[in-house]
Ligand binder design. Structure first.
Ligand code: LMR
Length: 396
């Protein structure tokens, strides 16, 4: 049966972890996968999470099946975070939200639902985009194309190209947009440019699918989520996938969500019923633990305040690492202007290094980044940064 099965390639991001773990180099540094590490190079276990877990253990409950769409308090908390607790769209019941297995799960539920709704649509992702976007939408049965995004010469966003592509897209085209902290480049568009994107989505009758995996890692929870309000204000129906992997440092718990903003409560009720079918036929219903932690933290004022502070701590440390990286590369004699590093937002920096340079970093210095030139700035710390800078200076 399996003799004809071909060996699949390694995942471009998670495959690097396997390679990193197998590397005996004691000085190796993992800047591949998008994971935040503290200044000691440790994966943080947030205090708010520990506190919530303690409460959950003290009031331990038996584990029945969750509803197909997940824990109601969790879904409500997700809506509050994404759309704002006082927003009319939430109070009017116009958002269908389901708990998902990570942000990726949210994307997949949305993709499968869209395929039933609009089977012939093309999906447009940014060029470049998160490595998994293309594969995920292709596996859901869509043709996937790109809209221009990164301008290598300018070290920024090719916004003219992006907006022209959106304005030229046929009605019904699904456009995957990074709500904040663009992965992999780190370059976000401005609020005024978002207005133009919203206008294009509306006038061309496109379907916006916002991927918001890094809320709170750019400028703040509210600031990073501000784009959602623009889509709501324009009266659009749209999708938002969310993730708590990074913002709660709960990577392995796979806690995410999918919200679908609808024109009416009635639409939202019918949409929710379809999302539940997608979930039921994929994995039946979601797991309990991670979502309970997040719901407990978000709905307990003291824990929520603690979380916001811890999240701000991660955000500030990333910014410090950006400044340090920029300054140290200059001090190490790298001629090229590196000021783009502090203009980028979130966990990642698109360094502009070539595949060959990234492979040299890995092979000669044990510095692991993605072949595309993406490095995870959130994995830099005061102990490993000098080695990383020295390695980049050598290959530059
Ligand atoms: C990344 O881009 O590194 C993260 O989103 C982790 C992943 O699943 O790829």
């Amino acid at each position: 049966l399996f003799t004809a099965v071909e060996m699949a390639p390694r995942d471009p991001i998670l495959g690097l972890n396997e390679q990193f773990n197998a590397d005996p180099n004691p000085a190796k540094v993992n800047l591949g996968v998008g994971v935040y590490f503290d200044d000691n190079g440790k994966l943080p276990l947030l205090k708010c999470v520990q506190e919530a877990e303690k409460q959950l253990v003290d009031a331990a409950k038996p584990r029945g099946y969750l509803p197909i769409d997940g824990i109601a308090a969790y879904d409500k908390a997700v809506q509050g975070l994404v759309f704002g607790t006082d927003s009319a769209i939430v109070s009017e019941g116009r958002v269908a939200t389901v708990q998902a297995v990570g942000g990726t799960g949210g994307l997949k539920i949305g993709a499968d639902f869209l395929k039933r709704l609009n089977p012939n649509a093309t999906v447009l992702i940014s060029d470049p985009s998160w490595e998994n976007h293309r594969a995920l939408f292709q596996n859901a049965g869509f043709k996937v194309d790109t809209y221009p995004y990164y301008d290598a010469a300018k070290r920024g966003v090719n916004f003219d190209g992006m907006i022209a592509a959106l304005n030229g897209a046929p009605a019904g085209t699904v456009v995957v947009l990074h709500a904040c902290c663009h992965n992999p480049t780190g370059y976000d568009i401005t609020p005024a440019q978002w207005d133009q994107v919203v206008a294009a989505v509306k006038s061309r009758n496109l379907v916006a699918f916002l991927d918001m995996a890094y809320q709170g890692f750019g400028e703040g929870i509210k600031e990073d989520g501000a784009v959602i309000e623009k889509f709501v204000a324009a009266g659009l129906d749209f999708f938002v996938s969310t993730s708590f992997s990074k913002s709660f440092s709960l990577y392995g718990e796979r806690v995410g969500g999918l919200s679908v903003a609808c024109a009416s409560k009635d639409d939202a009720t019918r949409v929710l019923s379809q999302l539940k079918i997608v979930i039921r036929t994929n994995y039946s219903n979601p797991p309990t633990h991670g979502a309970q932690i997040v719901a407990t933290v978000l709905t307990t004022p003291a824990l929520r305040a603690m979380w916001e502070e811890e999240l701000a701590g991660m955000r500030v440390r990333i910014k410090q690492m950006r400044t340090a990286l920029q300054d140290k590369l200059k001090a190490a004699g790298v001629k090229q202007d590196m000021s783009f590093i502090t203009l980028q937002k979130g966990m990642f920096s698109y360094t502009g290094l070539s595949v060959e340079q990234m492979q040299r970093l890995r092979g000669e210095f044990g510095v692991y980044g993605v072949d595309s030139g993406r490095i995870c700035v959130a994995a830099l710390n005061s102990k490993n940064i000098d080695a990383v800078v020295a390695a980049i200076a050598k290959v530059s």
